[in-house]
Design a protein around this ligand. Sequence first.
Ligand code: ADP
Ligand code: MG
Length: 711
Amino acid sequence: MSSTGDYEFLMRPVSCVKGITERRTAILGRCGVSSLWDALTFFPFRYEDYRRILRPDQLQADREAVCYGRVTNVKTELSPVKRKRITTVTIENAGSYAKGVWFNQPWMKDRFKEGGKVLFHGIPRFGGFGIQFSNPDVIYLEDDFHPDDFEGKRLPVYHSTEKSSRNGMRSLISSIVEEALPHFKEYIPQEMLREYALMDAGEAMRTLHFPGAKSDEELAKARRRLIVDEFFVLQFGILLTRRILQKENYEAHHLEPGGLIRRFLDILPFTLTESQLSVLTDIKKDMLSNHPMHRLLQGDVGCGKTVVAATAMLMAVESGYNAVLMAPTEILARQHFQTLSKWCEKLGVDVLLSLGGMKAKEKKAVKERMEQEKPFILIGTHSLLFLEDEIPNLGLLVIDEQHKFGVAQRAVLRENKRIPDTLVMTATPIPRSLAMTLYGHMDISVIKKPPEGRMPIKTYVVKPERLSKVWDFIRREVKEGRQAYVVYPRIDEKEKAESKAAAKMYEELKNNVFPDLSVGLVHGRLGKEEKDEAMESFRQGRTNVLVCTTVIEVGVDVPNASVMVIEDAQRFGLAQLHQLRGRIGRGRHASYCVLVDNTPLEKEDELYQPLLMTENQRLEVMARTNDGFEIAEADMEQRGPGEVFGEKQSGHPLLLLANPSRDKNELSVSTEIAKKVLSAYDLKKLDGEHLENLYTRIALRYGPEFKIPGF
Ligand code: ADP
Ligand code: MG
């Protein structure tokens, strides 16, 4: 067993670094940075480039440049010739002057304050009054910016949830990173690095956080190394999982479904869809085979995964085994328990519930029942994983995984004496390339269609100027007896702002737009009673138009609602919009989703993060398709894999830099390297140092309980 010094060091809280006070620890915590490792992997989202900052007197006409100065004058005038409104901002540095000029953008005037420090980036020209940039990109600098400190360097910019200054955030992170860096070490042997032209991992990490005057190429190389790192860890985990699965420590002998399953299908109030049946065929084949099942079941919310899981569990029970269902939350566990109890009661099969918060007496009863021979179905949360050894005669493990990727893998990777058949369910449409990266050790089945033939939803993207037409349309639908949602989706943590926007719009719609209709309001800051009442009124059809925030995402089912208007749609991930849109189209009526695109004309960060598609093109994907997978794929191409899991996948996203749909080359390189490292390991060709570093890296991903077999 190797030493775990580096792992333990990197898991230390940031507060152990000198200068990281309680207040700073709290700031970092809100950005998801609690350990040294978190800080290391809190990558800058862009760089400010001060490698070539010029003074106005150093500018040359027609040569792209970045120019630094302090604002000395701001004015807007009407040009006499073409009656354009011209905004001119003059900056000064060491006695020389340059101007920035904007046409017909009077608001630019308010973006500058005299004495403020700015950078203009663009192509300057000589005009009547000296050198000027027309429409330059502007970077507004902090007051404590001194060009000399930055001259010749690139500076990382980190995301921050606070108003804390860029410089402040930068110095926080860099002091921690400085401390942590020596403990993140290369685990891939030299000759492999050379073969694939990869940089040293620690060096790459240093480059991203302290780029100095490094070139674009060097930065790209560092990024590439860390993309390979992210993929490697997942690929290596998959290889190990497969290896464990291949070891025949599996002895569930499930039988062909018989009378119990027939009776179950009889008592169900519906017949299974073709999609459900075909998935069940896959599952049955796996369960009857001599190898452990490891299958991922994908299907949108409401597709009917639960009944599939229930059928599989009853197959285990009929074969004399116990079955376990793990839900991500207690609420969902209770819900599953109710559904399954109702069905199983009539079949004479016992369903047990085990939750952390249960009374000792209840726990004891469950435990006693578990000791009896007669097979049962046990339902609980993911914490059951730690109980698993105590569950006798386990034949099938069903994991409702939702956003918590990795639970299933951990179930296998623990040193298990016996491996049950495992079925993992997820409601997130995961694009194929990502699924292969995350779930490469599993077979995949998809429930493609929800039960009843639901009406497709028509989606339109509109500019805010056309909202009055949209309101007319809502009025017509309401006349037909339908109902409508007007949504202000959540932006980051700004629930307060969101609620305010919704409340304001509610007043506007109620008083000025729909004075004749009944308009309701639901947002996160209402009391529970108020919220319930507003929802209930909408559910019963007394409210025609419901103005709301994303609180409606959770468990709302109003089949009569046929219109959804989503404000500021351009700000949201497509996967998220898809989830929201799933609230309509649940009844017998044609449904309509209107995405309001409020993209402003210019955006500060565009210079650094050019999107491949414009916001509008992104939204067009929504208009084109209702297919969750297609949307997820488009989303991932654009905004990376984190987007697929939505903002709720906060904390420790799996892939920070890597994007399987973009970084195909790195993905295949990582797969090759993972195989080679594993075989070098098998041949005992990894030297002690690399071995130790590898162990550290794997522990950072999967936890310290993770064991490389024989390690
Ligand atoms: P999921 O777990 O995939 O989100 P559920 O299993 O909760 O979906 O199913 C959603 C609803 O559809 C439930 O009320 C369920 O009883 C119902 N349902 C499932 N399968 C069918 C079917 N074949 N026909 C009609 N209704 C079904
Ligand atoms: Mg479900």
